[in-house]
Design a protein around this ligand. Sequence first.
Ligand code: MTE
Ligand code: CO
Length: 432
Amino acid sequence: MSKPDNIRGHSGGVSRRHVLGASAAGMAFAATRVYANPAGDAPTTPDKAITELQDWSQALGDGVDAKPYGVPSKYEAGVVRRNVEWLTASPQSSVNFTPLHDLEGIITPNGLCFERHHGGVAEINPAKFRFMINGLVEKPMVFTIDDLKRFPRENRIFFLECAANSGMEWRGAQLNGCQFTHGMIHNVMYTGVSLKRVLEEAGLKTNAKWVMPEGGDSAAMNRSIPLFKALDDCMLAYAMNGEALRPEQGYPLRLVVPGWEGNMWVKWIRRIEVGDMPWHAREETSKYTDLMENGNARRFTWEMDAKSVITNPSPQAPIKHKKGFTVLSGVAWSGRGKVSRVDVTIDGGKNWHTARLDGPSFDKSMHRFYYEFDWNGEPLLLQSRAIDSTGYVQPTKDELRQVRGYNSIYHNNAIQTWHVKANGEVENVEIS
Ligand code: MTE
Ligand code: CO
């Protein structure tokens, strides 16, 4: 079903009866009529939003250049990253969350990309920035940002998900909002040079097996990455969504490690060492390992498994209209390829429906899905389940715990449940 032009928000939408019930000819008619309220009846009182002249039509507005760098409307002031203060001891070693419930499509605006820093944001002067390659290479090299911009460029859209995304939900439903349960993810277009191209410039020695990116921030974050990945699809990126990286995202240069856990995407990258063994850095021993039920820890769990979440309705985005035509929307992604299908249930898994995927579908990128339905006004249990191009199916929490136990933090890709109450409010619950 295509949406008629005159469907509006909950303040005065077209009723589903008029839209879905109509024949093809009737649809055309519905699209040209204006309904005053969701029941579709003729308006009985004049609508002041129409009959009265508004401020904005009575005086000239701001001229060009009032805002040399544009910002959103003041009415969108609530669309912001948010943190959960009790999660971390300091804002320098902390995380905030992307407002997924306020976003459309698949691209995260730069100013809303969640931030995860271990030692605060490094404010790097690009004139003093240097990037070095050393270790098992024929020719150790140092580059400026301008040097890197003379390599052939690539533009690629990828999601970055922190391994800890949904980590607070391992033992039960905890945080009330998809921003907090799933917001350690962003999806942007990167511009940069392929890491393979730059490594080739330095010349890999025959015993080269691993690379170690290292950050120039106070945390000097470093990880071991196997050479096969470094030569596959990794990038050194200096731009996101068409402009220079934001300081929060690693300005002037960050490593892009498509489909793999966010921790490996070293920001403010100053060095890559090439070696023949992993370094067993702090971030891959004491952190970013998964404690299993038997006390053993899984290590080097790099790939992000397929996952999805319904962003609307959700606790921060309740249903504000009454029963009737309802748009359910969400996002899905997989570190192994594309999302080939998303299933949605509104009755806690009794019946599953294939969601409608809309928008571009790229490998290791976010996908947008929709399921439009006629809400009968009764409570709902909403879930979504992603299936990726390898055939992998997103598990329930119970299924995940059978394999992983209760001690994990990282790599929680389980199915999320939202309970919609009759009054439209939504809460985080667990049912399977
Ligand atoms: N790189 C450096 N140098 N320092 C850091 O603290 N945090 C890592 C990674 N790269 C980090 C880093 C973690 S854990 C994640 S999830 C991602 O960056 C977060 O990227 P973002 O801030 O762009 O969302
Ligand atoms: Co992280």
